[in-house]
Write a protein that binds this ligand. Structure first.
Ligand code: AHR
Length: 491
């Protein structure tokens, strides 16, 4: 891998390291909010969870859904708690007690050091209701909805700048699913209302729910033909799971890369069609490993344990490959949300009344969020490949991010080879006198090992001795099935 300081691919948007909390399962209730917990603060928020979210350095949190969004009336979640309705949530067959709504979530997000990516309901919701939510959140005062926010204890507007116009509206599972033309028209009219209320906001239109949808990428083209001038981003969602072949699973990042490039091409086709000078960027606002085949059905409970996947070392390595791919596509992908954050397919896992632990995927997310900010460099890479269901995959997935202000360089390296150690020859000559300052590795003998409440640190990165001396050219040993973070400083 040859890295040249001045060959900059992109400057990472901080929102690349965002996440997602949906009113789903135990994400909110007994995830972030558990008033009876010994570590709950005065508002009932778990302080242990807040500390972990802070440690992860999450930029925005997409809220409140997800599939839940398409049946949600945001007005149920404001005002005095004792008069809020309990509602059926048809998306997940649960009961929503509405104890947490936008006002409480804004309070929580401030404590957790994150911003919010808002979302408006394009299922049962109307463009008018979307405008009212925005007025409630962002208008300073002197109108019905903004004054109601003040009356509810929040004198200052929330200033939520990034909004999703619906969620996965192409999916037949979605409440009030629409076809591409109907969604395109509804999204366009909603976007007009929203931008008239606050011209500083940025909007995300729903792209295909996954690249596996039969309507992909036609859905994306048609939606954008209706909304191109009104929206700023098109969404991508994709989850990966192990279908029984570890090698294919490990190469998931190859598929994600292809998906991103295909959507970018579709967007640019519409740009050409419209003779537009504007570029619509991408918001990969749901990505993760998710064992969808293992889902169980629940019937009308409050906060049942839905989608509580437990992640192995292998899952964390696949996850790291997806993270590298987002970094390397950050010229086009400006926003990305790890779906989700707490309990529901999440890096943070809580026990009701008990501790909160870090799942294996916590660590690669923390690494990219901490060290993946700055300028992504365009390296020259020569790596052996292996054959997978996605075609030839490089055995080493790599990314280099330059932190100009602190004169540091981070190299991320994933070895997906199941048996072979590989030597990474790094050529960093353009950085002059450069020294390795830290070296961290996530690996292990048992790829299926997971963290749990009895052994919460089974999967945890280890710090290794950095290579000594000046390192314009160094050779590094990369063990099989390992995720590595090398940090350098130059004078
Ligand atoms: O993240 C879980 C679910 O996955 C979300 O609710 C939905 O948008 C997607 O299908």
């Amino acid at each position: 891998m040859t890295v040249e300081k001045n060959f900059v691919r992109s400057h990472v948007d901080d929102r690349l390291y965002s996440s997602f909390i949906e009113h789903l399962g135990r994400a909110v209730y007994s995830g972030i909010y558990e008033p009876d917990h010994p570590l709950a603060d005065e508002q009932g928020f778990r302080k242990d969870v807040i500390a972990l979210v802070r440690d992860l350095g999450v930029s925005l949190i997409r809220y409140p859904g997800g599939n839940f969004l398409s049946g949600y009336d945001w007005k149920d979640g404001i005002g005095p708690r004792n008069s809020r309705p309990r509602r059926l949530d048809l998306a997940w067959r649960t009961i929503e007690p509405n104890l947490i709504g936008i006002d409480e979530f804004v309070d929580w997000s401030k404590k957790a050091g994150t911003g919010i990516m808002g979302a408006v309901n394009m299922g049962t919701g109307t463009p008018k209701e979307a405008g009212e939510l925005l007025e409630y959140c962002n208008f300073s005062g002197g109108t019905y909805w903004s004054d109601l926010r003040k009356k509810n204890g929040h004198p200052e507007p929330y200033g939520i700048k990034t909004w999703c116009v619906g969620n996965e509206m192409d999916g037949p599972w979605q409440i009030c699913h629409l076809d591409a033309v109907d969604y395109g028209k509804k999204a366009r009219e909603t976007a007009k209302i929203m931008k008239w209320i606050d011209e500083d906001i940025e909007l995300v239109a729903c792209g295909s729910a996954t690249s596996l949808m039969p309507s992909y990428p036609e859905w994306d083209r048609i939606v954008l033909e209706h909304t191109y001038e009104q929206v700023d981003y098109l969404s991508l969602h994709r989850y990966y799971e192990n279908h029984g072949n570890d090698r294919d699973f490990l190469a998931s990042f190859v598929d994600m890369d292809r998906f991103i490039k295909s959507v970018a091409s579709t967007v640019d086709y519409v740009k050409a069609l419209k003779r537009s000078s504007k570029t619509v960027y991408l918001s990969f606002d749901e990505w993760n490993v998710w064992y969808q085949q293992k889902q169980t059905r629940f019937d009308w409970e409050v906060a049942p344990p839905i989608l509580e996947d437990q992640y192995s070392l292998l899952d964390a390595l696949v996850f790291a490959g997806l993270g590298i791919t987002l970094i390397n596509n950050s010229d086009r992908v400006r926003i990305a949300c790890l779906a989700q954050l707490v309990n529901v397919i999440a890096p943070i896992f809580t026990q009701k009344g008990g501790p909160a632990i870090m799942q294996s995927t916590y660590w690669p997310f923390r690494d990219i969020s901490r060290y993946g900010r700055g300028s992504v460099l365009e390296p020259v890479i020569k790596a052996p490949t292996m054959e997978t269901v996605y075609g030839d995959a490089p055995v080493l997935a790599l990314a280099a991010v330059h932190q100009e202000d602190s004169r540091e360089l981070t190299v991320f390296c994933l070895n997906i080879d199941e048996t072979e150690t590989h030597q990474l020859d790094l050529a960093l000559g353009s950085f002059g006198d450069i020294t390795m300052i830290s070296r961290q590795e996530l690996s292990g003998k048992d790829r299926h090992a997971k963290n749990d409440f009895s052994m919460p640190d089974r999967i945890i990165p280890k710090s290794l001795e950095p290579v000594q001396g000046s390192c314009p050219n160094c050779s590094l040993i990369i063990p099989p099935l390992s995720w590595n973070v090398f940090r350098f400083s130059y004078s």
